[in-house]
Design a protein around this ligand. Structure first.
Ligand SMILES: [Zn+2]
Ligand SMILES: [Zn+2]
Length: 574
């Protein structure tokens, strides 16, 4: 059972307890546990197998730890099964709709036999709901509106699509005189791989002017709200952006509050309570003096709580508050630490630009090196390189390196790991290259055991340096392959092999929690953009975002090394 599945059960339990009118502390305990488990970087299954106490997870107490163990080891939880029998089926899904409380949900289920959100929508349209509750048309229509909002909320957009849209808006607003702050909050600022609605926060001498400009931007479609300090609109493409203007002197605490995560903020509030401080979006109140302190800068908000500033990417309630208290927040890797790109394609295979064009662009980005890693000629990949063409490319790269200054091109390959686990190119050719990436591109529907063996086979092959996009997922399009990543990481650690964080925004593979686990096990990571054109080199920041969410420091990332050290690690003359 995966962590996300366990989290879902606890969230359901919280909802059912709410229906039952149970004690609010009990309900909150399950909600907290659900959120903590959902984002926990280590698989519960492994923790249990290794005898590691589940209570080390923030928000998981003794009772929930016991239930978790039952759930993970048997796949079922007696308590949950019993609880479910007390209610009509489908009732939990109705509770997710804002404005529908336990009483309404119960009535919808028992009297209209509605058991899903779709069913409710039908019942509203057919007039049954209005009749049951003696509602006017407007109230029933509002319920429909809430259903639509809920559906939109579920549609999360990859960060790679959302961030450029938001940046365009920010550039357009940046010219307004008197604008002092403007930054995204929420999951976008925390760099989650997908985001829902976007919250932008700002402060300005004349906030109304900023809001007026915002709602009138050419990229805005439907305007949902237009006030003096708040504006909300749907950008073409469907992304909802809310802009909230606040007072300069409160900007820091408001930004902190709206950045979240919810669970992180709960941890901070608990900490504050012990210090006699009450936290809110407006600042910190010393309870005994009933005095509100405001914060224009977010850092100071954390300092007031006796904490180091915590980078947004770490605010997921995974021990970051404790680390901040001990002054032990890691110095996370930054984009400027990256010395080169280790995964690129050119016109030689399915890329858009020439080696030289790509190399010069990399030099402009301040890189010391870049690796050319075309596809091999295996089945299913366009224009893959045969051994002979690869040798020609190596010669071209050699000549190019003699001509170019300030950037070194590494010759490499993204060799296909065949369905049977062998590589697509022989040792004689792979051994002539500076770097060898291996990856799965076909037969993705193999069972877990076969797939795991297949990838571990590549890891154990002395010619291989890096495993690219280890789960092959495409966000929102293709599920990850069946693979035992724990076993893969252990093999990588043992064989000193590197796992990739593929920075393509629709891949982000490894994802944050997996990269975190690999790092925990001592596996070195490489961030590669998988660029198929010069523009794609800019994807590096998305990979760095994943690495930061995985608590990576520069020394965890291979391509923060200067060229000479990188070559020493790759140690290709074996
Ligand atoms: Zn690939
Ligand atoms: Zn590639």
């Amino acid at each position: 059972m995966k962590n996300s599945e366990v989290a879902k059960v606890f969230q359901d339990i919280a909802d059912l307890l709410e229906l039952k009118g149970e004690n609010v502390f009990k309900i909150r305990a399950y909600q907290r546990a659900a959120r903590a488990i959902e984002h926990y970087p280590k698989e519960l299954k492994i923790m249990i197998e290794e005898g590691e106490g589940l209570q080390s997870i923030p928000g998981v107490g003794e009772a929930i730890a016991k239930k978790t163990t039952e759930l993970v080891t048997t796949g079922k939880l007696g308590y949950y099964e019993n609880l479910k029998t007390e209610f009509p089926q489908g009732i939990v899904s109705l509770l997710a709709i804002p404005g529908i409380g336990p009483k309404t949900a119960n009535k919808l289920c028992s009297e209209l036999r509605v058991s899903s959100v779709d069913g409710l929508e039908r019942a509203i349209n057919e007039g049954w709901v209005a009749e049951l509750f003696r509602l006017g048309d407007k109230a029933a229509h509002n319920m429909l509106h809430q259903i639509r909002a809920l559906r939109r909320k579920d549609q999360r957009i990859p960060i790679g699509e959302a961030l450029p849209v938001v940046e365009e808006i920010m550039v357009a607003l940046s010219a307004i005189p008197g604008l002092r702050n403007l930054t995204p909050a929420g999951s976008l600022r925390r760099f989650r791989e997908t985001v829902g609605d976007i919250d932008l926060m700002g402060s300005a001498d004349n906030p109304t002017e900023v809001i007026d400009t915002f709602v009138a931007l050419p990229q805005m479609g439907q305007v949902l709200a237009h006030g003096s300090t708040r504006g909300s609109a749907i950008v073409s493409g469907g992304l909802q952006v809310d802009l909230r203007m606040v007072e300069h002197h409160s900007f820091g605490s408001l930004l902190q509050y709206f950045t979240g995560s919810k669970q992180h903020n709960i941890s901070l509030r608990e900490r504050g309570r012990k210090q006699g401080l009450k936290l809110s979006e407006y600042g910190i109140t010393v309870v005994t003096a009933d005095k509100l302190e405001r914060f224009s800068v977010e850092e100071e908000f954390y300092h007031r709580l006796g904490l180091q500033h915590i980078p947004p990417e770490l605010r997921e309630a995974q021990g970051e508050v404790e680390k901040a208290e001990q002054r032990a927040v890691p110095k996370l890797v930054e984009l400027s630490d990256i010395k080169g790109d280790l995964h690129t394609h050119t016109q030689w295979s399915d890329g858009h630009d020439s080696i030289e064009e790509l190399a010069l662009a990399a030099k402009d980005m301040g890189y010391q090196y870049m690796a050319i890693t075309e596809h091999s000629a295996g089945r299913g990949i366009a224009h893959g390189l045969s051994g002979e063409r690869l040798r020609n490319q190596v010669a071209e790269i050699k000549a190019l390196n003699e001509r170019l200054t300030g950037i070194h091109v590494l010759s490499g390959i993204e060799v296909d790991i065949r369905a049977n686990g062998t590589l697509d190119l022989p040792h004689e050719i792979l051994s002539e290259l500076d770097v060898v990436i291996a990856a799965v591109h076909s037969a993705m529907y193999q069972g877990e055991e076969t797939m795991t063996k297949r990838v571990i086979g590549a890891i154990e092959n002395p010619d291989v340096d890096i495993i690219a996009h280890p789960t092959c997922r495409l966000i929102g399009e293709r599920e990850p392959v069946n693979i035992d990543l724990e076993a893969v990481f252990q093999a990588a650690a043992k064989n000193n092999k590197i796992m990739e964080i593929n920075a393509m925004p629709d891949r982000l593979d490894l994802k944050d929690i997996h990269a975190c686990r690999a790092r925990d096990l001592g596996v070195k990571l490489a961030i590669g953009t998988d660029a198929h054109s010069i523009a794609h080199l800019g994807f590096m920041r998305f990979g760095v975002g994943v690495a930061r969410r995985a608590w990576c420091e520069p020394h965890h990332i291979l391509n923060t090394l200067p060229l000479a050290e990188l070559l020493a690690v790759l140690n290709r003359n074996r």
